[in-house]
Design a protein around this ligand. Structure first.
Ligand code: PMP
Length: 421
């Protein structure tokens, strides 16, 4: 009765989350969602991890440097930064992040989620207005709510809707106090993690300047993965990083580690150093984690004249275009930009999610299926995250199995469009 469907949902992975990953085989699930596992593991092609540049390995220079830093600094700092807990790797990392982003200064935190949810409230208060893209991540939504600011949501990537809200905000101000907002902050993401879409950064910067407000950009999925040298959507669009007031990102994805950062002017960063509760009252990053990021970021930056980072970024872009183009040729509806390594294959019906997750696992492919409440009820999808570490053989195997199962389930919707005319 409690047999759990065979998919990748909530299974421990028994290896690094690389292009290929081992996952524990599961037998049962009780009514409290507690799973039982067999002693065996299955090796699958991994399209579920955000390992965009393939740095999630436990071999190579990043892993070696990280292991060495455990010998030197241990695993934790055992006190907060404002007591005695600033580790040398985190101190060096903050300097490197600022250099990488092209901003004055940066501050790092042990968790990406807390970087958003705990810092947004330090930037705007109840006298301010936040204008947030409708598909912003849960950590941003929580941060907006905790700030106490008025919140308006604009239609995803819709510049007309954003300008309409800005115009009204300037004209009418705060509906409670009947005074203009003290500050207006627009919050967007670089690549949207469920849509695969890329923000229209040049247009948003133009609006921010026109209406004299501030811009907060979450580059969790785009830093490292976008732009010829991995500087994210700012570089992808050829924008000036100084035009983005708050440059936020995470280390969980392209850097194969954990944690988050905010980059900006000296004034913004020293304000956050003094006021951020997650900086003040919580442990900083684990030193080996900071070391892993220093190494992977240095590779991306071409340390010692190497082109390893550049090669990985190019490979990811090639993989993204190849994979997306083939899916569309097969007749699938794929959301987002062709340059994006986040690939949502639209299944639409929630009931398809379990079927696709199970069947792909049977075919030794781990795909994440997503449905309500992470998407609208009728917008269920399989979400593939590509990596520079995926070889052409791996991608061809994934494409072949998706093609085959797409025929069986009739999920090649663009081939069936004529039926609905
Ligand atoms: N921002 C975005 C856009 C995210 O997708 C995520 C999580 N994937 C986060 C922030 C939170 O980051 P972390 O998982 O590193 O805590």
């Amino acid at each position: 009765m409690y047999m759990r469907v065979r998919d990748v949902f909530e299974r421990p992975i028994a290896s690094v989350p690389g292009a290929v990953v081992k996952i524990k085989d599961r037998i049962t699930q009780d009514y409290c969602w507690t799973f039982q596992f067999t002693g065996t593991e299955t090796e699958i092609i991994n399209t579920g991890s955000y390992n965009y540049l393939g740095f999630a390995e436990n071999k190579g220079p990043c892993a070696d440097a990280s292991a060495l830093s455990i010998d030197e600094y241990g695993l934790g700092t055992c006190s907060t930064i404002h007591e005695q807990g600033q580790s040398l790797p985190q101190y060096k990392l903050e300097k490197l992040v600022a250099q990488f982003l092209g901003v004055d200064e940066a501050i790092c935190f042990s968790m990406g989620f807390a970087t958003n949810s705990m810092n947004a409230p330090c930037l705007v208060d109840k006298h301010g207005l936040i204008i947030s893209d409708e598909y912003n991540h849960a950590s941003l939504i929580l941060g907006c709510r905790l700030s106490g600011a008025s919140i308006k949501v604009f239609k995803h990537n819709d510049m007309n809707d954003l300008e309409r809200i800005l115009r009204n905000a300037i004209a009418n101000g705060n509906p409670k106090t009947r005074r203009p907002y003290k500050k207006i902050l627009i919050i967007i993401e670089g690549i949207y993690s469920m849509e695969g879409s890329i923000c229209n950064l040049p247009a948003i910067i133009a609006l921010k300047k026109k209406y004299k407000c501030y811009l907060y950009l979450d580059e969790a999925h785009s830093i490292g993965a976008m732009g010829p040298t991995g500087r994210g959507v700012v570089e992808y669009w050829g924008c000036d990083p100084k035009d983005v007031d708050i440059m936020m990102g995470t280390f969980t994805k392209s850097f194969g580690a954990a944690g988050g950062y905010i980059g900006g002017t000296k004034a913004v960063i020293s304000h956050l150093r003094k006021s951020s509760p997650t900086g003040y009252y919580s442990m900083p990053m684990s030193p080996p984690v900071a070391q892993q990021i220093i190494e992977s970021m240095s590779i991306i930056m071409g340390k010692d004249g190497t082109i390893e980072g550049e090669k990985r970024i190019e490979q990811l872009a090639r993989n993204s275009r190849y994979f997306r183009r083939n899916l569309k040729k097969m007749g699938f509806i794929v959301y987002g930009s062709d340059d994006s390594p986040v690939v949502p294959i639209m299944l639409f019906f929630p009931a398809y999610c379990g079927v696709w997750g199970r069947e792909m696992l049977k075919r030794k492919i781990g795909i994440v299926v997503v449905s309500f409440p992470a998407t609208a009820m009728t917008e269920s999808r399989a979400r593939i995250c590509l990596s520079a570490a995926h070889t052409k053989e791996m991608l061809d195997k994934v494409l072949k199995e998706i093609d085959d199962f797409g025929n069986i389930t009739g999920a090649k919707w663009s081939r069936r469009a004529h039926l609905y005319k």
